[in-house]
Each structure stands twice: as C-alpha cells, then as structure tokens.
Design a binder for this molecule. Structure first.
Ligand SMILES: [Zn+2]
Length: 349
C-alpha cells in the first residue's frame, strides 16, 4: 500500500509561485533489532547527498537547515537526504551511488536495489524531472519525500531541486528551509516508534491531520524562532520580502476557509483528494491551537514519548485531556472565530 499526496503551498509573497510537495511512504518489512531502531545518539546524524549538478549553495542550505533541526528537536537517528538536480545523467549517477551505499551497508543486493519495482530508481528520476520541468516552464514546483528506511535502521529522504536555495525563479530560500524542517519533523515522529511493522507504525503516527499538521506547525514556528535567534540565516533572495509567521498562517487560514465549504471535515484522517490539503493547513492550525494550550514542547516531551505504549487515541486523550473527536468539535468552534481572535494564539518570537 502506497500513500501519496499532492499539496499546493501558496507562497504568500509571490502570487504565482506554488511549491508542489509530494509525500510517499513505500511499504517496508524489516528484521532489525527492536531497540533504538534508528541508532539515535546525541549527535547530528544527518547526511546529505547531492547530484553532481547541484550547487554548493544548495548543499550548504540543506546541511545547515538539518543541523539547525537537530539542534532544535534532537537527533532522529541515522538520516540520509538525497537531493536531485535537473540533469538526467547526474540523477542516474546519484541512483548508482544510492545503490552502492545500500550494498555496502548490507541493506540490499545491487540487483534488488536497481530493480526495486516498488520505487523504481528510488524516485530519483521523478525528482530530477520535477526540477527540470520547473526550470524549463518557469512554474515553480518542488517534491520532497520521506521514503521510510526503518528496515535499514535509517530515515531516507529525497527531494527535487530546492529552488530557493538554488536561487531559481525568484523563489525564497526561507521556503526551502521550512520544507526541510517539515520533512525532518516526520523523521522525529517516526524515531519515537520502535515497531518495524509498517501498518502499526502508521496507526501510531495518527490521522493525517495530526501527522502533517504537526510537521507544518513545528516547521513554521521553529523556522521563525531560528531566524529570530540567528540559528538559521535568512536568505533574502526573493523579490518579495519573506512573510511573517502571522502572514503565513493567515494565508493558510484563507485556504482553509475556502476548502471547508466543500470538505466533510476540517481535519482529514487520511490522504486523498483535494481535501487532503486541509490536513496541512487546518491541521497546522489545530496543532498550534494545542500548543497554545499545552506548550510548544507538548509533542516532543509529552505526546511522542508515550504514543507507542498507549496507542495514538489514548495518548491523545491523556496528553490533551479529551478525545480526538471532542477536540475536533472544539477546534471547529475556534475556526468559526474572526481572524483577529484566531491569530492571538500564534507564538511571538
Ligand atoms: Zn509532510
């Protein structure tokens, strides 16, 4: 079973710029030991691999963003981030490098890796095509994915060319920083689970609004905090100034208010269809609402350390003092408030 979702992120400062983010999680079976599945230590365990046509500025942007993520949230364990450029030959070269690494680590045979039918070319050529298409059409789009890897004791992530870091099409580097933080947060969520059973881990990750909403919320507020403290540099490489947290969340709220007219729920429980976007935008607001009530560290310090033991719903109930269904009703009322009241819950840095 493969879950995939296509999401449109409207970049508020740039009316025509959309970044298309695809998340795919192929199924995996595994045989690793059940303790410390990802080999978590206190260090930065992230590694970045870029195609040969990807600039040093992109590689640097990736590395410094991942380092800041680790510093903010801790290590999620061994993590590989594979970044594609726009050149096809360079993408094929990177696929070969990926397979050589799998073979060297005893994860896969070379043949199995090259013939992996579930995820042909490990999606690398798809990511390369996305970047190439963006540059040739002038229509900004980016795909990023967390591709699992638990059976090898790692997180494998991949993306098309980060247009902001590469200084392309007037896209802001700050948007790429948020995308990288978002993907890294998914690895943090997963790192709290020791199960190697794919369906069990999906169940423990929770409904889609919770998985994606928390990645949105954590990335948005952490990036804002890091820019304010100097923990991450601002890129200032877009013609429009990068919007504030309040402006970015206001933009998400506008999307939510449009979509809620035709979607059955503000908080989608699974991927699929255009209402999935609510899992990100409305889910992001839902998590910020919970953080406003229970503190910014509630996920990392309270929720995630207990979720595998308690199960998702029970952990939600214990952490937030109500069932997820009760929360959903409370949140609907919050979303009916005027914007001027809603934005009061946003943290200030
Ligand atoms: Zn996500």
């Amino acid at each position: 079973m493969k879950s995939k979702v296509l999401i449109l992120f409207l970049v508020i400062a740039c009316g025509v710029a959309f970044a298309l983010v695809r998340i795919s999680t192929p199924p995996r079976t595994s045989i690793l030991s059940t303790t410390n599945l990802f080999g978590v230590t206190q260090e930065n365990q992230t590694e970045v691999f870029v195609a040969s046509d990807v600039s040093q500025a992109v590689e640097q942007g990736m590395k410094e963003t991942l380092a800041a993520a680790v510093k903010s949230w801790g290590s999620s364990g061994h993590l590989e981030f594979w970044v594609l450029g726009t050149d096809r030959a360079a993408a094929i070269e990177l696929t070969a490098k990926f397979c050589a690494r799998r073979v060297a680590r005893g994860d896969m045979t070379e043949r199995a890796c090259l013939e992996d039918s579930e995820n042909k070319d490990h999606g690398f050529l798809m990511y390369q095509a996305v970047g190439a298409e963006a540059l040739s059409s002038g229509q900004p789009q980016m795909d990023a994915a967390n591709n699992g890897g638990a059976e090898w004791g790692i997180h494998t992530l991949a993306s098309s060319l980060p247009l902001g870091f590469s200084g392309s099409l007037g896209i802001a580097g700050e948007g790429d920083q948020i995308t990288i933080l978002h993907e890294y947060w998914h690895s943090v969520q997963r790192s709290f689970l020791q199960t190697q059973d794919q369906s069990r881990s999906q169940e423990l990750m929770g409904p889609t609004w919770f998985v994606e909403g928390s990645a949105v919320a954590m990335a948005e507020i952490t990036a804002t905090k890091l820019w304010a403290s100097g923990g991450l540099p601002k890129w200032n490489n877009s013609p429009q100034p990068w919007p504030t947290l309040e402006e970015r969340m206001t933009n998400k709220m506008k999307i939510v208010q449009q979509l809620r007219k035709k979607c059955p729920s503000l908080l989608p429980k699974s991927y699929g269809g255009e209402c999935t976007q609510l899992a990100y935008e409305s889910g992001g607001w839902a998590i910020l609402y919970l953080m406003h009530k229970f503190g910014e560290d509630v996920l990392r310090k309270t929720f995630h350390p207990n979720v595998e033991r308690l199960g998702w719903e029970e952990c939600f109930r214990k952490t937030f003092g109500q069932s997820s269904a009760e929360f959903s009703l409370e949140f609907e009322k919050f979303m009916d408030l005027p914007l001027s009241q809603q934005i009061k819950i946003l943290p200030k840095y």
